[in-house]
Design a protein. Structure first.
Lengths: 167, 253
């Protein structure tokens, strides 16, 4: 009976607490893998051409609810940083342009959407859950990573980006 | 609460014309009582041992078990967390004692002597049947008593870190089974299915990978399930049946 009560209380507590909040984690600096992909708009973006800028590389899919949830905050962050050497690249995992455009009708985004149609880049970057994000510094080194979604325009995330911009 | 749930399932199944479950309890040497919901078919040959996970008893899994019973399988649907008063989170699955899993599997083998056993689980809970089979083999040093396992959307990484090589649950390297991995196409696991297949094969398992087009992880139990997921979730038993049959080399159970 005592065990049963502890179990009920523990389960209730866990249910109310929900999953642990995701957060940006500093990583041992390492060179970012290649990211050279076509964009939804018909161009092409190569991460290597963005040296001197801090880059948020985000791996996402339309089918992924937490990915969709964080996208508006990424758009706000993009606008907040519009005059700074900062770029967001959102690499889509294997969906069709039609599927992505359908989502963009609901959530308009102005930063580049990259088409990783066979998810080869997602694998090269060792991404196992979506969304996953990386902050790449001005020298092309991965400095922070994140599994899960956050509000990218909240002070904690902006402070990390500002720190990288100040280097 | 448990009785209320079972009553609800019985009512639901009565409305759908599907078989109702009986409750079966196996008491292990540790004193732990493992209770299963048994969906029977009078001419069943193959016995399906379905290990439920951190979501407890799901209506959708019971409906699938009843569908399998209607197709001629006997299904034992077993919750492994509540017997140990473990919280319903994925992290609890590792705390289920392996000795108990192996002993329970042995009791199932004896109870169903001569009949093929097929193990089924989904998501994080896929660790349970694999641990049961590996521990059984280590303890009894004999041919595994199971025809194989169907793993639905297996989640067998140990806290994957972005940018790092994947570390699989150690049970992957201890598994020597015939496996069917059913991977939802709209999942990160879809893109890593070949890596998981290779990890199992390197350990000595034979693996077939099936892709579930247009579906996400836990498609049969999602609050945001779309129309396709709802439709496919409603026929989960029918989705699993051919894969169970493939493991037993039978077209008819």
């Amino acid at each position: 009976m005592k065990h049963a009560l502890i179990w009920i209380v523990a389960s209730l507590g866990l249910a109310l607490a929900g999953p642990a909040a995701a957060q940006l984690k500093p990583t041992k600096p390492r060179a970012a893998p290649e990211l050279n992909l076509p964009t939804l708009e018909g161009g092409r973006v190569n991460l290597a051409d963005l040296r001197g800028r801090v880059v948020l590389v985000n791996f996402w899919a339309v089918w992924c609810p937490p990915c969709r949830k964080e996208m508006p905050s990424m758009e706000r962050l993009s606008k907040l940083m519009a005059q700074r050497p900062f770029t967001i690249l959102a690499s889509n995992a294997g969906e069709t342009p039609e599927q992505i455009r359908s989502f963009l009708k609901e959530v308009p985004l102005t930063f580049p959407i990259l088409l990783d149609q066979d998810s080869a880049r997602m694998k090269a970057w060792r991404v196992f859950v979506l969304p996953t994000s990386f902050l790449v510094d001005k020298q092309g080194q991965i400095r922070y990573s994140l599994s899960g979604h956050i509000e990218w325009d909240e002070p904690e995330a902006v402070a990390v980006i500002e720190k990288l911009l100040a280097e | 609460m448990q009785r209320l749930f079972i009553a609800f399932c019985l009512l639901l199944l009565a409305q759908t014309g599907l078989a109702a479950a009986t409750e079966e309890t196996v008491t292990l040497a540790s004193g732990t009582a493992i209770t299963s919901q048994r969906y029977a078919h009078e001419r069943a040959g193959v016995v399906v041992l379905w290990f439920t996970g951190q979501y407890g008893r799901l209506e959708e899994e019971h409906r699938a078990a009843a569908q399998l019973a209607a197709k001629g399988y006997e299904v034992w649907l077993t919750d492994w967390l509540s017997p140990y008063f473990l919280p319903q989170v994925a992290g609890s699955l590792a705390q289920v004692p392996e000795a108990d899993l192996a002993e329970w599997l042995e009791q199932m083998r004896q109870h169903h002597a001569g009949r093929p056993l097929v193990l089924v689980a989904s998501g994080h809970a896929t660790t349970l049947p694999l641990r049961a089979a590996a521990a059984w083999q280590a303890r009894f040093e004999a041919r595994l008593p199971v025809a194989g396992a169907v793993l639905l959307g297996p989640l067998l990484y140990l806290d994957p870190e972005p940018g790092e090589e994947p570390v699989y649950d150690p049970v992957v390297a201890r598994t020597r089974l015939d496996l069917v991995l059913l991977v939802p196409m709209s999942s990160a696991g879809y893109w890593w299915r070949e890596a998981m297949q290779s990890a199992f094969e390197a350990a000595g398992s034979r693996v077939h990978v099936g892709v579930l087009a247009g579906l996400r992880d836990r498609f049969y139990h999602r609050s945001d399930a779309n129309a396709q997921e709802q439709a496919e979730g409603a026929r989960l038993g029918e989705i699993l049946a051919p894969h169970i049959a493939s493991l037993t080399k039978e077209t008819q159970p």
